[in-house]
Design a protein around this ligand. Structure first.
Ligand code: M6R
Length: 616
């Protein structure tokens, strides 16, 4: 969602701000803008609907001379994605500029009050009230103290925010604060930086500080950062974290798009995740803060997530129930948050799965679970993310930065991470011996090579694209753990090709979706060599009998499927049924990408979507 950046120091601010906004493009946005404080003590800026490339063109002919400034990519919530609603927003005098990520829930009431006291508004956004509130504070007791003016203004806000503020009357000073929306600051020799996440900062430093909710930080041109907490107390030694990604990890490196790169990176991601996890006593998972006895007493696991991470949760359910014999509920965070009667007890463990670690719905759910007394374990990809900081334990999946909005490598890494948790639980509960755990772990270690084999077969996915040409809808089917694969495959197709895809557990098809099928209707069926193979083959026959164009995802050597289906995406034989989803989904990721490209779409930045959904 919205991206916030800011800089004060010795270099030209607009150069870094524009580069940083480009790096944040992956978060999803529809307009962008920058504002700098000029050496003569005035604000100059440009903003527009559309891409950062467009903003760059405008910036190149504008006077953006200045070494302190802020920038923004906006994902519209209040007010259409237009030039006028793009950030930064200014106060009435044009002396204070703000950029904001989040939602000001009481903005209508504040706007009414501000207008009654003479303020004039230039946009339809909720964010603009912040500029006017700071204007009032600056004109009052906080005059001359931008940090205090920002703090006083925030005291009147309800909702969520990450804010960066500059003032023409305080040249060189950049004030930032957050509540519920992420913000990271960094101090370097050439100045101080702020951004919504670590990606734009990777090019300038490897040490960053995550601000806590209600912290207010004042950034100065000498690179110093003064932070005070929610009570106004100075934060003496803010904890810095080291970014373990080099800046090149977020560049295309010869690929045509990030999705292609990230699909290809999956084998290495799984190798990193598994490295060092097998120890003397089984699976090494020190990130779990539960003792062995506490783990042994877990009687119910509740997995909470959204989107693709939810699908990883479905696979996790199969693994935990099969290996550790613990019942698992998988909940959509947005649904869970409004289920007032949700039942947990002392033996319930909560697992949240979130690639970004910043998804508002998932964070709300985790806080609610903690409030109900549950131990919350996070599986995430982003170091120091809010999910990681607020959970009792965190397992980083180490997939590396995922830039394409459609999640691929984080999905398989999250799934395999949850399998580690399942094995750890199985051992603690005495459902498996160490030898059995070791055997399963070695099976997991085979995933990278199995993935490499599937990647070599991408021509099969390219060939299957013809089934989707001139179509408006499709159906994805799978059984048991591979219903998760079907759900994920359909989500990928929808997200980037804008082609409707309905996913169903294969056996449910006859209870409704079968009515969709007519001559040439594309149906993707995940039909590996597993204990439900015969049943799924019957479903293929039901589809074919109605004229469907079936694309099967099947195990090498499956003669029955080969005879039935003209198009098969072949998957090498996997050592265990639970491994299949992590391997077969690569075909569905590649298929979605090829279909989207065939339709002429930008696979990395699908319309309307944001990489990290930081509002409810
Ligand atoms: O960062 P998270 O894993 O919490 O994000 C959850 C969903 O928003 C995300 O998986 C979304 O569905 C992706 N666009 C999937 O490709």
């Amino acid at each position: 969602m919205c991206g916030v950046v800011g800089y004060t120091g010795t270099r030209q601010a607009s150069e870094w701000l524009l580069d940083a906004l480009q790096t944040l493009e992956y978060r999803g946005y529809d307009s962008a803008g920058v504002q700098v404080v000029s050496p003569s003590g005035n604000l100059h800026g440009v903003k527009c609907a559309g891409r950062v490339a467009h903003l760059r063109e405008r910036a190149s002919v504008a006077n953006l001379n200045g070494t302190c400034g802020i920038g923004h990519t906006r994902w519209a919530t209040h007010g259409a994605p237009t030039d006028r609603n793009a950030h930064p927003h200014l106060d009435c005098r044009g002396r204070i500029a703000i950029v904001h990520n989040g939602i000001i829930e009481n903005y209508q009431q504040l706007k009414r009050q501000l207008m009654m006291s003479g303020h004039t508004f230039s946009s339809d956004t909720d964010s603009e009230v912040v500029a006017h509130l700071i204007e009032d504070a600056w004109a009052g007791p906080a005059s001359g103290n931008l940090a205090l003016a920002v703090r006083n203004a925030c005291d009147r806000l309800e909702g969520s925010w990450a804010l960066a503020v500059v003032c023409a009357d305080a040249p060189g000073t950049l004030v930032v604060t957050r509540n519920g929306s992420p913000l990271v600051v960094a101090s370097t020799e050439d100045g101080a930086y702020v951004a919504s996440d670590v990606m734009p900062l990777a090019s300038v430093t490897s040490r960053v500080v995550q601000l806590q909710d209600r912290d207010v930080a004042t950034l100065s041109p000498d690179g110093s950062i003064a932070i005070s907490d929610r009570d106004g107390r100075v934060v003496e030694h803010p904890t810095a974290i080291t970014i373990d990604w080099d800046a090149s990890a977020a560049t295309l490196g010869g690929y045509s798009d990030f999705m292609a790169k990230e699909i290809t990176e999956q084998p290495e991601a799984i190798e990193r995740l598994l490295s060092g996890r097998l120890g003397e006593h089984g699976i090494e998972l020190d990130e779990l803060t539960l003792t062995k006895a506490e783990l042994a007493s877990v009687r119910h696991v509740v997995i909470i997530a959204c989107g693709t991470s939810y699908h990883a949760g479905l696979a996790a359910k199969s693994a935990i129930e099969r290996w550790a014999r613990v019942p698992v509920s998988v909940e959509y965070a947005s649904e869970f948050n409004y289920d007032e009667e949700y039942i947990v007890d002392d033996n319930t463990m909560c697992v949240i799965i979130t690639q970004s670690g910043e998804t508002a719905d998932t964070l709300t759910a985790a806080r609610r679970m903690k409030g109900m007394g549950c131990n919350v374990f996070a599986i995430t990809n982003v170091l120091g993310s809010t999910a990681a900081r607020e959970s009792d334990g965190t397992l980083y999946v180490q997939a590396g930065p995922e830039v394409a909005v459609a999640s691929t490598k984080a999905y398989t890494a999250q799934m395999v991470a949850s399998y580690l948790l399942a094995l750890r639980l199985a051992l603690a509960k005495g459902c498996m011996t160490r030898e059995e755990v070791v055997k399963h772990f070695h099976d997991l270690e085979r995933i990278p090579d199995l993935m490499r084999e599937v990647l070599k077969r991408r021509w099969q996915d390219k060939q299957a694209v013809r089934f989707f040409r001139n179509k408006t809808s499709s159906l994805y089917l799978g059984r048991n753990v591979n219903s998760a694969t079907a759900f994920e495959g359909a989500l990928k197709l929808k997200e980037i090709s804008y082609l409707h895809a309905e996913a169903y557990p294969a056996g449910e098809m006859k209870h409704g979706p079968i009515a969709l099928i007519e001559g040439g209707f594309p149906v993707v069926v995940v039909v590996p060599a597993d204990h439900v193979h015969d049943k799924t083959v019957s479903n293929i026959q039901e589809c074919l009998a109605r004229g469907a164009a079936v694309i099967a995802v099947a195990t090498d050597g499956d003669e029955r499927v080969a005879k039935l289906c003209s198009e098969v995406l072949w998957v090498p034989r996997c050592p265990n049924e639970l491994i299949v989803p992590a391997v077969s989904v690569l075909h569905l990721q590649m298929l979605a990408r090829y279909v989207a490209r065939d339709r002429g779409y930008d696979v990395d930045k699908p319309r309307n979507l944001a990489k990290s959904v930081t509002v409810e």
